[in-house]
Design a protein around this ligand. Structure first.
Ligand code: GLA
Length: 371
């Protein structure tokens, strides 16, 4: 949507002019899946198509939000203790951002906000993008890391998902980053993929139950950590190998340690532009998520298998939390127009769902400008 039509929409809803525009991208993860919450390193890439918020202060103690996605609005008092789960829908995230920001150092004042989000590509961190765009609009002076931590807290408390901080950091910082989730240090990885491209393949399978299954994996890793005598999972990626775990926990732990190794190798491959090695590591990551961590599903496996059969595809994997949502393929740039329709048709034939495939380019992180 153009800036002028956004301003016009804001005027229609709030009867005045907006002052600021904030953009938050969405994200995919090249590799490093399900290890951000146990001290791992990850390689996410911010991509186009997230959230845009236009806003203005409203001289009150209320946050008023209108979202185009649901043609719905909410008005909330600025206070630190909204009840998690009170609304049972998108408004809980607004309540979460308002509460968590109010508890932080930030001084939040009343605002009117008009939100647009690009048509939902499930699993590309729509909620993190939404929360960061709101948080940046309400607290523009907070640092990226602070906003990322606050929005992670919102997911923990208000969506009850014990997620890591990868999505929030990726969206806040933009580009491709090699992020150490324990130390919260990062390096910008080369985002110039020259003759290769990342294709996003949305399976169209809703991520139902993804939250509960996600928390179940986190709690399994807590059991692994306990068996090592560790109090927490925040450095599990570096724990030594052991023979003493029951089989299902041994598989979970094997994913964590092998994935952590693959991410370091993938970062080197990107820096040395060794795309075929990067592709192989991505495919190995998918196998590990499917067989050891067990967070894939029939639709994701089908999409990955179909992509891997195509000429020019160097690797493919699920991306994000799993149980539906999106897969990605790394492919030679010139090959994609040939095979994308082939994969889409074959996928539809096998699953009955029409998928959405598109090329993704690295996008800038959170930004705010006057409008
Ligand atoms: C979700 C979470 C992230 C991360 C991924 C899996 O996107 O929000 O913190 O754990 O799943 O890698």
């Amino acid at each position: 949507m153009t800036e002028n039509s956004l301003k016009a929409q804001f005027r229609t809803v709030f009867d005045r002019a907006p002052s600021w525009r904030v953009n938050a991208p969405s994200r995919i993860n090249l590799i490093g899946e399900h290890i951000d919450y146990c001290g791992g390193r990850v390689l996410p890439m911010a991509i186009q198509g997230g959230t845009t918020v236009v806003s203005a202060e409203n001289d009150s103690d209320m946050i008023r939000v209108y979202t185009e996605r649901f043609s719905d609005r909410v008005s909330l008092k600025i206070r630190p203790d909204h009840s998690p789960g009170f609304y049972g829908d998108w408004r809980d995230y607004v309540a979460g951002v308002v509460s968590c920001l109010s508890r932080s150092e930030s001084r939040v004042v009343g605002h009117d906000l008009y939100v647009t989000q690009s048509a939902g590509t499930a699993g590309l961190s729509t909620s993190a993008s939404f929360c960061l765009a709101l948080a940046k609009s309400l607290s523009p002076k907070s640092s990226e890391v602070e906003l990322a931590r606050i929005c992670q807290q919102v997911e923990h408390e208000f969506a009850r998902v014990q997620c890591g901080i990868m999505d929030q950091m990726s969206i806040a910082l933009g580009g491709v980053i090699y992020l150490d989730c324990q130390a919260l240090r990062w390096q910008v990885a080369s985002s110039d993929l020259d003759d290769v491209v990342v294709v996003v393949m949305d399976t169209g399978k809703a991520r139902t139950l993804a939250g509960s299954a996600y928390n179940e994996r986190v709690s399994e890793l807590h059991q692994v950590a306990q068996s090592f005598g560790a109090e927490d999972i925040d450095n599990l990626v570096s724990a030594p190998a052991t023979d003493f775990l029951p089989p299902h926990l041994a598989k979970r732990f094997r994913h964590v340690t092998t994935e952590h190794r693959r991410v370091a190798q993938a970062f080197e491959a990107i820096q040395s532009r060794d795309w075929s090695t990067l592709g192989q590591l991505m495919t190995a990551s998918h196998e590990s998520l499917r067989d050891d961590y067990e967070v894939s599903c029939r639709e994701l496996d089908c999409m990955v298998e179909l992509a891997l059969k195509q000429d020019g595809v160097l690797g493919a994997r699920m991306t994000g939390g799993g149980f539906g949502g999106c897969a990605i393929a790394l492919a030679e740039r010139l090959s994609v127009s040939q095979w994308m329709p082939v994969v889409a048709a074959a996928y539809q034939q096998q699953t009955g769902i029409f998928p959405d495939l598109f090329e993704a380019e690295p996008a800038p992180g959170l930004s705010r400008q006057s409008c």
